[in-house]
Ligand binder design. Structure first.
Ligand code: NAD
Length: 369
């Protein structure tokens, strides 16, 4: 099979042409083409767990338009460690109960909410009320109502709200969007997508309904759902689903595995799966009239690559997803333009995931308008 390694220049040329008609692609183009920033946007991280520690804080060091200026944590010992490691002044260290004091702190422009899903609304609303823009991790929240509150409060505060959909800035995923939009293999017909892993610690918040909102669907199935939406460029109108649990002790509150099907207005159908039971499901394939293309792994932090039915590989140079996502949001703020991944995008996923759960629970096909 012939390998095709595109250069960044080639990719940007392609995406610049596509950007006018593809909002999904536009963000990367802007990120890559903008010159030195007038000032760096100050980010405070709320929640210093695994993602903040291993991905976001290191990524902030790779950004062009952002700097890590503050932290919000409930653990004084963690605050001490971060203060020393990232040179964060005492005046920029907050806890979840005194976030309103950030209103007087010009060092912090953005609060990046990286806490368990069911706390996102609380932390987003506190940040917005303190006059800060918010970048909130996926899934946006655990209910449609809470997502709507987040959108409303950020609007009232006059601040931007973005959701941490890092793959909207990832070149291999963007290339697949291009192949779909340009009908490189003809009209799209079927999408298969899945993301799962084997979950460890039975005591973790990801297995608690109130904090997680659900099981693998909310955590990683959301990536498969996103892929079907950005590859098709459409919103699902019909959903059916089946959830299974083989370990009812560990998975007492949330599903262990779930499979769902969606029909889109153009009659594209998607078959998706997500699990906390099995390692190694991390892919999507789009089947069109004259061929197919897809990625595997499709959603990882590194190593994303794919294949096409004509024998070419899809393999753009790796980027730091989180740095790209944060730089784009910083530019949105600096240039006073809307983000490509607003709260409304997060809300759409929550509405669809709630319909998937309803379909699994009732055994009936659920319609979405
Ligand atoms: P984590 O458990 O490692 O960290 C969560 C943090 O929230 C911890 O520092 C914890 O102390 C804090 N916290 C505050 N209140 C808490 C409470 N009541 N219960 C438990 N923890 C509390 O989780 P994580 O993996 O860092 O995930 C955080 C968020 O990031 C989640 O919304 C998750 O979906 C999202 N995430 C996104 C990606 C991505 O690729 N975009 C990857 C992993 C996680």
């Amino acid at each position: 099979m012939k390998a095709q390694f595109h250069t960044r220049r080639e990719f940007l040329k392609t995406s610049a042409i596509a950007a006018a008609s593809l909002p999904f692609v536009g963000a990367l183009t802007s990120y890559a083409q903008t010159a030195a920033p007038p000032r760096k946007i100050g980010f405070a991280l709320a929640g210093l767990g695994s993602l903040s520690t291993h991905q976001i804080a290191p990524a902030l060091q790779n950004t062009k338009f952002c700097k890590l200026t503050g932290i919000i944590t409930g653990h004084p010992a963690k605050a001490e460690r971060w203060k020393a490691q990232y040179n964060i002044p005492d005046k920029n260290i907050y806890n979840y109960d005194d976030m309103e004091k950030m209103a007087d702190n010009p060092d912090i422009d953005v609060v990046y909410v990286v806490t368990p899903n069911g706390l996102h609304a609380d932390h987003t609303i506190k940040a917005a009320k303190a006059g800060k823009h918010v970048l909130c991790e996926k899934p946006m929240e655990v209910s449609v109502e809470k997502c709507q509150q987040m959108i409303d409060e950020c609007k009232i505060a006059g601040r931007q709200l973005a959701i941490g959909y890092r793959l909207h800035f990832e070149p291999n995923n963007l290339e697949c969007v291009r192949l779909a939009r340009e009908k490189k293999f003809g009209g799209l017909k079927i999408i298969e997508a899945g993301f799962g892993f084997s979950i460890g610690d039975p005591a973790q918040w990801r297995l608690k309904k109130d904090l997680a909102g659900g099981g693998p669907l909310m955590d990683v199935g959301i990536y498969a759902l996103q892929a079907t939406r950005y590859i098709s460029g459409e919103e699902p109108i019909l959903i059916s689903a089946i959830a299974t649990t083989t370990d009812p002790v560990k998975f007492k509150e949330v599903e262990e595995s779930i499979m769902w099907q969606m029909k889109f207005p153009s009659d594209v159908v998607a078959n998706c799966s997500s699990t906390y039971k099995i390692r190694g499901i991390d892919r999507f394939t789009a089947y069109a009239e004259d061929g197919w293309f897809g990625l595997e792994p499709a959603y990882d932090y590194t190593g994303i690559r794919g294949r096409r039915s004509d024998g070419e590989q899809i393999r753009f140079p790796a980027i730091d997803h989180f740095a790209a996502e944060m730089d784009d949001f910083a530019q949105c703020i600096l240039e006073n333009r809307p983000t490509k991944v607003p709260g409304e995008e997060g809300l759409r996923d929550i509405k669809i995931m709630m319909a998937i759960y309803e379909a699994a629970k009732t055994g009936k096909t659920v319609g979405l308008s």
